[in-house]
Ligand binder design. Structure first.
Ligand code: MG
Length: 167
C-alpha cells in the first residue's frame, strides 16, 4: 500500500551566551558560548521536534512543553524528542528523512557533523543516510552574523509505518 508522505518544517532561534553548555542535536560541543533557554537550549532538537510534530499534524513543542513550566527547566531536550516520537508512532507514522540547517558563527560545526547526524538518527529512529546537517554563517549580518544567536531549520519527511515509502 502506498500513501502520501507528509512534510513538516521547524525553525528555532536561541540567543548565544557565555558559560553555557553548547548542546546541539543532543550532544555537547566544545565552545565558549552556548544556546540560552529554559531547557538545555538545544535549538536543533527543538526545530526537529516541531518538524516531525508538524508533519504529523500534532501540537507543537511549545504547546507540549511550555517554557513557563518549572518542570521543564534545564531539561534535556532529548526527552522532548522521546515524547514527540511516541506521539508520531501513536499516529501510525515514522520519520523517513530529515535535513537540518544550523546558522551560527560559532562553534564551527563541520568537525561535529557526523556525531550530530548520528544523534539525530538515534533520537528520531531514522537511518543515518537519511539525516543530513549543514552549518552556515550569517556573513557578519544580523544577530546570527554577529554571534549573538543561532538558528536551526529542519524539514522532516514522514510516512505511514505500514508503508514502504519507496524503500
Ligand atoms: Mg527552542
Amino acid at each position: 500500500m502506498t500513501t502520501m508522505p507528509r512534510i513538516g518544517l521547524g525553525i528555532d532561534l536561541h540567543r548565544l551566551v557565555p558559560e553555557r553548555p553548547c548542546v546541539l542535536a543532543g550532544i555537547t560541543l566544545p565552545a565558549d558560548v552556548g544556546p540560552a533557554g529554559h531547557s538545555d537550549g538545544d535549538a536543533v532538537l527543538h526545530a526537529a521536534c516541531d518538524a516531525v510534530l508538524g508533519a504529523a499534524g500534532l501540537d507543537d513543542l511549545g504547546t507540549l512543553f511550555s517554557d513557563k513550566d518549572p518542570a521543564n527547566a534545564g531539561r534535556a531536550s532529548g526527552e522532548f524528542c522521546l515524547e514527540a516520537m511516541r506521539r508520531v508512532r501513536a499516529a501510525g507514522l515514522r520519520v523517513v528523512g530529515m535535513d537540518v540547517v544550523v546558522e551560527t558563527e560559532r562553534p564551527k560545526l563541520a568537525p561535529h557533523r557526523l556525531a550530530m547526524r548520528q544523534s539525530l538518527s538515534r533520537l528520531f529512529a531514522v537511518e543515518l543516510d537519511r539525516v543530513n546537517l549543514k552549518g552556515k554563517t550569517g556573513e557578519g549580518l544580523d544577530a546570527i552574523g554577529q554571534g549573538q544567536a543561532l538558528r536551526a531549520t529542519v524539514v522532516a519527511l514522514l510516512a505511514d509505518v505500514a508503508c514502504d515509502a519507496g524503500d
